[in-house]
Design a protein around this ligand. Sequence first.
Ligand code: C5P
Length: 247
Amino acid sequence: MDPNQTSIQTDTPRQRLAVALDLPDAEQALALVDRLDNTCQWFKVGMELYYAAGNRIVHQLRDRGFNVFLDLKLHDIPNTVAGAVRSVTQAGASLLTIHALGGAAMMQAAAEAATRPGSPRLLAVTVLTSMDSTQLTGIGISTTPADQVLRLAKLSQSCGITGMVCSAEEVGTLRAELHPSTLLVIPGIRPTGADTQDQKRTATPAQAIAHGASMLVVGRPITQAHDPAAAARAILTEIEQAPKTTA
Ligand code: C5P
């Protein structure tokens, strides 16, 4: 990993859970953060919130002592993505996503742009957890999600990307096939009995951790819960009690 990139600790359950703040503005996002009452350490800012609130929300979360995962899923020509990585670096996020489907040249340009001091660690999104085989076929990809994830993860690694986003269904294979220090970040997390909504490749927090996840991303099961802090605490307990993995 580039020494200039922010190092990511995944020793405690709190360090392994990112809450997806998929909310329309900073006011609602910060109100949710307040309701969580310091239960969680990481917040994921995705397109919905970032397009509304910009770098200011990243600064506001950091000023409150939280880590920020900027999920912008960059996917454009190499020059444009490299520029976006440099612009976003100024916001102070610790993690930033790019789309592996952008290809090797794009990922290499992003990795090169993320060597500046204070750069976020890059995560390559492989196959969205909302996609299954049928949806992949619909965009002309005839392999299974598992094969496509592995292919894109290996390509990302060869481009100098040291973290990937995949589903819990693939994380065990990636943990075995990739460098042991690879950060494997898993969305599509649903506690037992929870509604899967638009997600297709889902797993419980315990399953994802047991299969080798470094970090989990959880949105609606926490943000739409009657008591978000209680929902987050239950997931943290599940992470604590699941078999331990490295990285
Ligand atoms: O509400 P839910 O737990 O489904 O939210 C999952 C979050 O993870 C969303 O913010 C979504 O954008 C993000 N994500 C995902 N699948 C990926 C990458 C990111 O669901 N492959």
